[in-house]
Write a protein that binds this ligand. Structure first.
Ligand code: ZN
Length: 415
């Protein structure tokens, strides 16, 4: 074991233990009675259910994380990486196709091993709490479509990056960066128009009074909203959501059918006020620049690491290659990814407070936003009392009670 192997191994184990500790703290915060704020929303049985849901998901997470760690270590120390390389090299395909195959097989194995867990999560846990609406046919079709998209979009992108790193010399990292940035920007357009309709049906909102209320609000904050769509989220889950697609002058709002059914018009406008707030306050734009910057940093570090002999020694690979270097770098990069993830979630939680503030000030209806957030957490059996350390590691949104408190404070200060 060389230094790089030790770094990767300790990062894997530390990450596992850290999450385990956060889970244990989180479960200890469970109380038998809901916080006062939520007393009118829960009977004893419903609250007990929300706690059981958290416990089930936490235990399931332990099984899946332990299994993944075990498989990773067994594959690594059982010589899986050089073995697969030998098999791929015997085909004599040339370095770019071999690289795509090598990484493709690793990803396919990972996907295959995660399938039983996805199945159990959907058809056992989500079903047990009445959330699941996914049929077996939808489940299978989703995976097939995902696989075809991964091959059609990811394959050429990966081939391009391997080629650039083999031929681009010192320029490879920023050539690859440029390619990925163009790909990200094109996807901004392609995803809502071509890809998302493969998975869901999008229909223009027909409820005229709701549509007018939303368009009127959008006009009041000079928001260039073109259209409001309803998505059949109920095809997969009883849980609800809303999001934005498109950019520039052609922004679209998508509401899950499950969201529209569970909320009043005022609540929906408040929720959309929050979403439009993210746009108006440039959270989405800044987020995209941060992603672009991170991609650049990653390619730069990749270019520094991809040909270090110790990286290949750590995995007992006799023949160094760009494609294997990409895989091993991915493992070495995990700690950087972990810390940038923590930072990203910290920024995201702050942005959620700002978007709430924006919604309260522009709709003037703090009560509707609070009601919407409460109904959402009750309907989703959300954990009302997460442990701060768990929040720090996992939450992109602040805990619900913190949001409600902040919304009340904005409202009391007169906006
Ligand atoms: Zn938000």
């Amino acid at each position: 074991m060389n230094t790089i192997a030790w770094i990767i191994l300790s990062a894997l184990i530390l990450n596992y233990l850290l999450n385990l500790a956060a889970d244990i703290l989180n479960l200890r915060e469970l109380r038998t009675r809901p916080p006062d704020e939520f007393k009118p929303y829960y009977d004893a049985e419903r609250y007990r259910q929300s706690q059981a849901y958290l416990r089930d998901n936490t235990r399931f997470g332990w099984v899946s994380a332990s299994f993944n760690l075990f498989v990773m270590l067994a594959f690594w120390f059982g010589g899986g990486f050089p073995w697969l390389d030998t098999v791929v090299r015997q085909l004599g395909w040339g370095s770019v196709p071999s690289g795509v195959l090598y990484i493709g097989v690793l990803l396919a194995l990972q996907g295959l091993l995660s399938l039983p867990f996805q199945f159990y999560g959907t058809f056992v846990i989500e079903a047990r709490y009445g959330f699941n609406r996914t049929t077996l046919a939808t489940f299978v079709l989703d995976r097939l479509k995902g696989l075809i998209l991964a091959i059609a979009l990811g394959g050429p992108l990966l081939a391009g990056i391997i080629h650039l790193f083999e031929t681009g010399g010192g320029n490879a990292w920023w050539y690859s960066w440029l390619v990925v940035v163009v790909f990200m920007l094109v996807m901004q357009y392609v995803a809502p128009t071509w890809i998302m309709p493969l998975f869901n049906r999008f229909e223009p909102l027909r409820d005229e009074s709701l549509k007018n209320a939303i368009l009127e609000y959008a006009a009041s904050i000079q928001f260039p909203l073109q259209n409001v769509f309803i998505m059949d989220g109920s095809k997969r889950s009883a849980k609800s959501n809303a999001f934005f697609t498109g950019f520039g002058r052609s922004k679209r709002i998508v509401l899950f059918d499950t969201l529209v059914n569970a909320h009043s018009t005022a609540e929906l406008v408040a929720v959309l006020g929050h979403e439009m707030g993210h746009c108006k306050l440039r959270h989405i734009l800044v987020g995209m620049f941060i992603n672009i910057f991170q991609a650049g940093l990653m390619f730069f570090l990749l270019s520094l690491c991809v040909s270090i002999p110790q990286l290949f020694e750590a995995f007992d690979m006799p023949h160094p290659s760009v494609y294997a270097g990409i895989v091993f770098f991915g493992l070495l990069y995990a700690p950087v990814d972990f810390f940038s993830g923590l930072l990203g979630m910290m920024v995201s939680r702050r942005n959620e407070f700002s978007a709430d503030r924006f919604a309260v000030r522009t709709t003037g209806n703090a009560a509707a936003l609070i009601k919407a957030l409460k109904t959402l957490s009750v309907n989703h059996l959300s954990n009302l009392t997460p442990h701060p350390f768990y929040v720090y590691l996992n939450y992109s949104h602040p805990p619900i009670l913190a949001r409600i408190r902040a919304i009340r404070a904005v409202d009391a200060s007169g906006g």
